[in-house]
Design a protein around this ligand. Structure first.
Ligand code: NAD
Ligand code: DAU
Length: 370
C-alpha cells in the first residue's frame, strides 16, 4: 500500500503517546504511522488494541538510544516526520535513578536528532519535521502568591494561585533530574535547528490526565487506591499546585502543531486549570465513591500526609495564549467532565490496572518481540 508519508511516533506505547498514535492512525489513513517504543515498564501495547490491525499502523520495538537501529528505521521507511514522546517521565523515579533519565531523555533525544539529520540534511530537509514533546517542568516552579486562589476565578480548583504563569520566554530553571534531563533535550533540539537548520518544533505541556496513564502518577494511583481502600500518600501538606489537561486535548494540540506550527517555534500547552493537590484528591475521593455507590465521605480518612518529595516544585501554571492566538487551539473538555470520564475509565478497566502493576504484560511482550 502506498502512503503519502511515513511518521515515527516515539513512546507511542506510553500514556500520551498512545493517544497521539490513536488520533493519527484514525485521522490520517494516508500516513503510515510507526510506533517506535522500547516497551519499558511504562510502555504497554494493550493501550493500542483498537488500532493495532489498521493497515497504516506499525509497531517497531527499538531503543531511541540505539543510534544505528534508529538510522536504519528512518532510512528504510523514508520517514519525513518524527513526533518524539519517548522518555522516562516520572519525577520520583528520577530522584532515585538520575542516570537512566539522562540516558533516555538526553542521549536518546540526541541519537534521534542525529539519525534524522543524517537522512534529512542531504535532501535539504524537504518536507521534514522533528517535533519534540516537552514539559512545563523545565521552567522550574512558581510561588503560591494567592494561597487561597482567586475567589473570582471561574476555573475549578480555586486557581489561579498567583498572577504569574510560564510563558514561552520564561527562563529554564529545572529542579529535578527528570526536568533537568528534559530541559537538556529541549536545548539539543533547538541547537539542531539553529546549527544545522533542522525543521524543529518544541512544545511544553502541563500535567496530563486521562485513560492509560501508568498508576505511579497521582491520579490513576489514587483512584486505584481509593477503590481498594488503601492509604493515599499525600506529599507534604498537599498544597502544591498543578495545572491539569485532559490527554486527548494534548493529542489534539500535537496534531495541530505538527501540521501548522511555525518551524523553530516553541508553544506552551495548558488548560488554565490549576488545582491544589489536596483539593484535587478530595474530588477524586468524592467521584470514585459516588461511582462505586459508597456514601459520601466514607473514604476521606484514606488521606495520609507523608514526607514531602525532595525538591518538590510548588506551583506549575501554563500560559497557552500563544497557541490559542496563533493556531486557535483551546481545550475541548471541562475538568469536571474529564475527571468523571477518567475515574469511570479506571473503575471499568481494573484488568488493565492489574496487568500493568503485576508486570505480566511485560513478560508477554518481551517474549513476543525478543
Ligand atoms: P510514559 O512514561 O507513560 O511513556 C513513555 C514511553 O516511552 C513508554 O511507552 C516507554 O516504553 C517509552 N520509552 C522509554 N524509554 C524509551 C527508549 N529508550 N526508547 C524508546 N522508547 C522508550 O510517558 P508520558 O506521560 O506519556 O509522557 C510522554 C512524553 O510527554 C514525555 O516526553 C514526557 O516528558 C512528556 N510530558 C508528559 C506529561 C504528563 O503529564 N504525563 C506532561 C508534559 C509532557
Ligand atoms: O507538569 C508536567 C509533568 O507532570 C510531566 O512532565 C511529568 O512527566 C508528569 O509525571 C507530571 O509530573 P508531576 O510530578 O507533577 O506528576 P505526579 O503525578 O507524579 O504528581 C502530581 C502531584 O502530586 C505532585 O505535586 C506530587 C504529588 N503526589 C504525587 C504522587 C505520585 C503526591 O502527593 N503523592 C503521590 O503519591
Amino acid at each position: 500500500m502506498e502512503f503519502e508519508r511515513t511518521i515515527i511516533i516515539t513512546g507511542g506505547a506510553g500514556f500520551i503517546g498512545s493517544h497521539v498514535v490513536r488520533l493519527f492512525v484514525n485521522k490520517y489513513p494516508e500516513y503510515k504511522i510507526i510506533n517506535l517504543d522500547k516497551l519499558t515498564y511504562a510502555g504497554n501495547l494493550a493501550n493500542l488494541k483498537d488500532v493495532e490491525d489498521k493497515p497504516n499502523y506499525q509497531f517497531v520495538k527499538a531503543d531511541i538510544c540505539d543510534y544505528e537501529s534508529i538510522k536504519e528505521i528512518i532510512s528504510t521507511n523514508n520517514v519525513t516526520g518524527i513526533i518524539h514522546l519517548a522518555a522516562e517521565s516520572h519525577v520520583d523515579r528520577s530522584i532515585v535513578d538520575p542516570f537512566t533519565f539522562a540516558r533516555t531523555n538526553v542521549m536518546g533525544t540526541l541519537s534521534l536528532l542525529q539519525a534524522a539529520r543524517e537522512f534529512w540534511e542531504p535532501k535539504g530537509w524537504a518536507g521534514c519535521r522533528f517535533y519534540h514533546i516537552s514539559t512545563d517542568e523545565v521552567y522550574g516552579a512558581l510561588e503560591l502568591t494567592k494561597p487561597e486562589g482567586d475567589p473570582d476565578a471561574k476555573e475549578c480548583g480555586g486557581g489561579p494561585f498567583g498572577d504569574d504563569f510560564f510563558t514561552e520566554s520564561t527562563k529554564y530553571q529545572p529542579h529535578s533530574p527528570y526536568s533537568a534531563a528534559k530541559a537538556s533535550s529541549d536545548h539539543f533540539v533547538r541547537a539542531y535547528h539553529d546549527t544545522y537548520g533542522m525543521p524543529t518544533l518544541v512544545t511544553n505541556c502541563s500535567n496530563n490526565y486521562g485513560p492509560f496513564q501508568f498508576p505511579e502518577k497521582l491520579i490513576p494511583l489514587f483512584i486505584n487506591n481509593i477503590r481498594h481502600r488503601r492509604p493515599l500518600p499525600v506529599y507534604g501538606k498537599g498544597e502544591n499546585v498543578r495545572d491539569w489537561l485532559y490527554v486527548v486535548d494534548h493529542a489534539r494540540a500535537i496534531d495541530l502543531i505538527f501540521h501548522e506550527g511555525k518551524i523553530g517555534e516553541t508553544y506552551n500547552i495548558g488548560g488554565f486549570n490549576e488545582w491544589k493537590n489536596i483539593d484535587l484528591i478530595k474530588v477524586l475521593i468524592k467521584t470514585t465513591d459516588r461511582l462505586l455507590g459508597r456514601p459520601e465521605g466514607s473514604d476521606d480518612d484514606l488521606i495520609t500526609f507523608v514526607t514531602d518529595r525532595k525538591g518538590h516544585d510548588m506551583r506549575y501554571a501554563i500560559d497557552s495564549t500563544k497557541l490559542k492566538e496563533e493556531l486557535g487551539w483551546e481545550p475541548s473538555l471541562q475538568f469536571e467532565e474529564g475527571i468523571e470520564k477518567t475515574v469511570k475509565w479506571y473503575l471499568e478497566n481494573q484488568d488493565w490496572l492489574d496487568n500493568v502493576t503485576s508486570g505480566d504484560y511485560m513478560k508477554y511482550y518481551e517474549q513476543m518481540y525478543k
